[in-house]
Design a binder for this molecule. Structure first.
Ligand code: ASP
Length: 328
C-alpha cells in the first residue's frame, strides 16, 4: 500500500467516508493553492467576468452577499452564455426555465427552481431568503413572488437558442439528452477579508430537459453548500448525479474532517463515477466541483477533462485554472 493510499484510507476511516475507487496513479496533477482572502472562484470561462463584477462590488464596500449576487448576474444577463439566464438553452418544449440559489455565512439560504420569464433568478433567490419564511420556491409560485417583488416578466428565449432548439428537434426524437457539452452552470464561492464565506449558483440547467425538470443547482447541499466554520463547495455537470450523492454538502463535510478542497472534490467525483460507470450514458457523464475552505484555499476535480474555473484574489489578476480529472 502506498503512503498516499494509506493516508487516504486513514482519513476515510476517521471520517466514516469511504473513498471508493480512489487511485493514486493515472490522474492528472492537482494544482496547489495557498490560502488567500478575499478570494473568489467561479465555474467556467464565464466566471472571469462574473468574478470581476463580484470583486468590484467587494472593493466598493459591498458585502460578500452583494458581491456573489452581482457576480453571477453578469452571465445571467449575457445572451452569449447559453447555459445561464437570458439566452440559456430551453427545455424540450422550447421554454427557458431557470434554477438558482444563494447562501451566506450565517447559513441563511434562498432558492428558486423551474422559474421562467425572469432574467435574474439569483436576485429572486436572495429575496426568498430575505423576505419569506421559506428557502425554496418553484414554478408559478416563484414567478408570482418575483412579479410581486417588482421583477419584470420577459422572454428569455433568444433567436440563437430558439434556432438551436429547432435543430435539436430534427433528430432528437424528443429524448432529453445529457452530454458533456450542454451544461455550464455558474457557481461562485467567495471568502471575504474577514474570512466569511458566501456562495451563489445559477443556471438554465441541462439543455433540452423535460419540462418541469429541476437540477442540482437550486438544491442546497447538492449544487451548492456552505458552512462558515469549514468552507463551501459547488457543482457543475449532470445534476441528477450530483443530487444522488448530495455532492456539495459531502465535500464540505469531508473538508470538516480534514480533507483538502482538492481531495474532497475528488472523493465525491469518484463516488459518482462508481455509481454511474455501468450506465448506458456513461460516456456522456461529466461532473465537476469547486471548493474553497475557511483559509481561502481552493480546489477542484472533475470526472473528465475540460472543466476549468476562474480565480480572483488580490495577488493575481483573474485567471483560469484547469481542474484535475479522473478519466483521460
Ligand atoms: N448542473 C446543472 C444541471 O444539471 C447543469 C450545469 O452544470 O450546467 O441542471
Amino acid at each position: 500500500m502506498s503512503r498516499r493510499t494509506f493516508l487516504k484510507q486513514a482519513v476515510a476511516g476517521s471520517t466514516g467516508i469511504a473513498l471508493l475507487g480512489c487511485k493514486s496513479d493515472g490522474i492528472s496533477p492537482t494544482p496547489a493553492s495557498g490560502g488567500a482572502f478575499p478570494r473568489i472562484i467561479s465555474t467556467w470561462q464565464h466566471g472571469l467576468a462574473a468574478n470581476d463584477a463580484a470583486w468590484k462590488t467587494l472593493q466598493s464596500g459591498g458585502s460578500g452577499l452583494d458581491a456573489v449576487e452581482a457576480g453571477v448576474r453578469v452571465p445571467e444577463a449575457d445572451p452569449e452564455v447559453r447555459s445561464v439566464g437570458y439566452g440559456g438553452y430551453p427545455d424540450r418544449e422550447g421554454i427557458v426555465t431557470l434554477d438558482a440559489c444563494i447562501m451566506d455565512a450565517q447559513s441563511r439560504c434562498g432558492s428558486v427552481a423551474f422559474l421562467r420569464d425572469i432574467k435574474h433568478p439569483i436576485s429572486v433567490a436572495r429575496l426568498v431568503m430575505e423576505k419569506t419564511p421559506h428557502i425554496m420556491l418553484c414554478g408559478d409560485g416563484a414567478l408570482e413572488f418575483a412579479l410581486e417583488q417588482g421583477f419584470e416578466r420577459e422572454n428569455l428565449l433568444t433567436e440563437a437558442s430558439r434556432l438551436d432548439w429547432e435543430k435539436w428537434k430534427e433528430t432528437s426524437e424528443y429524448r432529453p439528452v445529457i452530454n458533456i457539452e450542454n451544461h455550464d452552470t455558474i457557481s461562485m464561492l467567495l471568502i471575504d477579508g474577514q474570512q466569511n464565506l458566501y456562495a451563489a449558483c445559477t443556471t438554465s440547467g441541462a439543455a433540452w430537459k423535460m419540462h418541469g425538470r429541476i437540477g442540482d443547482s437550486p438544491i442546497i447541499g447538492a449544487g451548492l453548500f456552505l458552512d462558515n466554520e469549514v468552507g463551501a463547495a459547488a457543482a457543475t455537470g449532470l445534476g441528477e448525479a450530483v443530487i444522488r450523492t448530495a455532492g456539495s454538502a459531502m465535500i464540505v463535510e469531508a473538508m470538516r474532517h480534514g480533507m483538502s478542497p482538492d481531495e474532497a472534490c475528488r472523493m465525491v467525483v469518484e463516488r459518482i463515477s462508481n455509481l454511474h460507470k455501468n450506465d448506458p450514458d456513461w460516456e456522456n457523464l461529466q461532473v465537476g466541483f469547486i471548493a474553497l475552505n475557511k483559509r481561502g484555499v481552493y480546489g477542484s476535480y472533475s470526472l473528465r477533462p475540460g472543466f476549468d474555473f476562474a480565480v480572483t484574489d488580490k495577488t493575481t489578476p483573474s485567471k483560469m485554472v484547469k481542474a484535475p480529472y479522473a478519466l483521460g
